[in-house]
Write a protein that binds this ligand. Structure first.
Ligand SMILES: *Cc1c(COP(=O)(O)O)cnc(C)c1O
Length: 230
């Protein structure tokens, strides 16, 4: 079942790429496995997926310990500074760096562990109250501080678009993030690259790909609806 879901998502990625003349190899599919049991992750792993996304530190580290070691783990959820130490040397990429303060704290923990941590800056493009992230205008001013942090490496930008019925409504959000990445690239700042655009989820990943996404984070379309126990 999950394998079929996965193949369907992969087909949709290919079709979105064809629509705008992109090579599907440019797109990394991250299977967002939050709240799902490891049995389900194994099934998706067997089908060839090596990129998994989690949004909670404890869940990520617990799964990381039991799953095969060739998996790349992506931290996609809001990160508290006191928990950075548990993941800084375990994750491939932290997508959810939403403040200069957090970036500085990651840099500090990465230095202690003698690693360089790849990160994305999360941008709250739609300025939703409920979401974390830099506003569009605050990203470039922040780079002045961020470029000096030698144990983090900025690889690009991430956004979580609003929940909308019609994914077309999010097209301006994705194109704004893409435009910001072009503006940053033109500045040619040492230690800062913007090759990665992490945008698009189950509801809107095709539009995101059309607007330049290089990573899509897909949960529900692969694993099914999540159930939250409170
Ligand atoms: C849960 C989550 C996703 C996946 O959402 P789906 O709609 O299930 O595909 C992607 N990105 C982030 C940051 C998430 O928290």
């Amino acid at each position: 079942m999950l394998t079929e879901n996965l193949h369907e998502v992969q087909e949709r990625i290919i079709r979105a790429c064809q629509k705008v003349g992109r090579d599907p190899k440019e797109i990394t599919l991250i299977a967002v496995s939050k709240t799902k049991p490891v049995e389900m992750l194994h099934e998706v792993y067997q089908a060839g997926i090596r990129e998994f996304g989690e949004n909670k530190v404890q869940e990520l580290t617990a799964k990381e310990e039991t799953m095969p070691t060739d998996i790349h783990w992506h931290m996609i959820g809001h990160l508290q500074t006191n928990k950075i130490k548990y993941i800084v040397d375990k994750v491939t990429l932290i997508h959810s760096v939403d403040s200069v303060k957090l970036a500085e704290a990651i840099d500090k923990e990465a230095r202690k562990k003698n690693v360089v941590c790849d990160i994305l800056l999360e941008v709250n493009v739609a300025e939703e109250e409920s979401k974390f992230g830099f506003s569009l205008e605050n990203v470039i001013p922040a780079l002045d501080t961020l470029k000096g942090l030698s144990n983090i490496r900025i690889r690009g930008l991430m956004t979580i678009a609003p929940y909308v019925k019609n994914p077309e409504e999010n097209r301006p959000v994705f194109s704004a993030l893409r435009k910001l990445s072009v503006d940053i690239a033109e500045k040619n700042i040492d230690n800062i690259s913007v090759d990665i655009l992490s945008m698009g989820m189950t509801n809107d990943f095709e539009v995101a790909i059309e607007e330049g996404a290089t990573m899509v984070r897909v949960g529900t379309a692969i694993f099914g609806e999540r159930q939250y126990l409170i």
